[in-house]
Design a protein around this ligand. Structure first.
Ligand code: ACO
Length: 211
């Protein structure tokens, strides 16, 4: 397979891919039944393909077909001040965004790297379910790290809702700077997410980008 930069023309294929291999089976989406009999979650689709042609997003391609995607973004110091409480039509999707905002505030990545102002963040990572466990996610994130270096990012980071993302990043030498067990995350006294084993915690893995 090859790894290529995603362009605006890939939008339909990327969405078709995410419907099969992310919207349905990312551990939190699966745990709360995000689809609940529906075909898709329009708000997650919009979130996913926002800025698709930024030049930061990568696809793994085999025989002309997408087999993996890594959708990325740039964070700059101070971004936490702009976070507003998520309000969505889809309350399940809203609960995921609120968890991610909580993790962003609690992990406060830039406080761990006082000399860094710009970070590459992996927002959505997904590999064809028939091809998992072969290093495709690791390759996509390795290439994302190359992009981060070219763009002058001081660090790369990811909120790993899946144990397998965390495992891949650990193998790439990333360090866990924050971990929150799903059983400890409560809203109004209730646990919100109960994903299947081995997805026990959301973790933030971060690495300094060596020039
Ligand atoms: N069972 C056991 N181990 C597994 C499995 C599995 N089902 N799947 C992956 N792994 C292991 C791999 O062997 C590897 O560990 P190793 O280096 O010790 O061998 C590690 O987990 C993952 O490495 P890759 O093979 O590079 O990952 P893969 O290409 O399988 O993709 C991904 C991982 C993207 C998380 C995939 O499982 C997936 O698409 N899941 C559904 C969507 C999802 O959960 N996305 C991530 C959410 S977090 C985020 O988006 C930032």
């Amino acid at each position: 397979f090859s790894i290529e930069v995603i362009t605006a023309g890939d939008a339909d294929e990327v969405l078709r891919f995410l419907r099969c291999f992310f919207i349905r089976d990312e551990p939190l989406n699966h745990s709360i039944g995000l689809l609940d009999g529906k075909e898709t979650c329009p708000e997650l689709e919009s979130y996913s393909i926002k800025g698709l042609d930024s030049g930061l997003n990568l696809k793994a391609v085999s025989n002309g077909k997408i087999i993996g995607v890594c959708l990325n973004g740039i964070l700059t110091r101070g971004y936490l001040e702009e976070i507003e409480e998520a309000n969505c039509e889809d309350k399940k999707f809203e609960s995921i965004l609120r968890l991610l905002d909580h993790v962003a505030v609690q992990s406060d990545i830039f406080s761990h790297f006082p000399d860094v102002d710009k970070a590459m963040v992996v927002k959505i990572l997904s590999v064809d379910s028939s091809l998992r466990g072969r290093g495709i996610a690791k390759d996509l994130m390795n290439r994302t790290r190359d992009l981060a270096r070219e763009l002058g990012c001081g660090i790369m980071t990811a909120d790993c809702t899946s144990h397998f993302t965390a495992r891949a990043l650990k193998k790439l030498g990333f360090e866990c700077i924050y971990s929150l067990n799903y059983e400890d995350y409560k809203v109004n006294g209730e646990v919100v997410f109960t994903p299947e084993t081995p997805h026990a915690a959301v973790t933030v893995y971060t690495q300094r980008i060596v020039k």
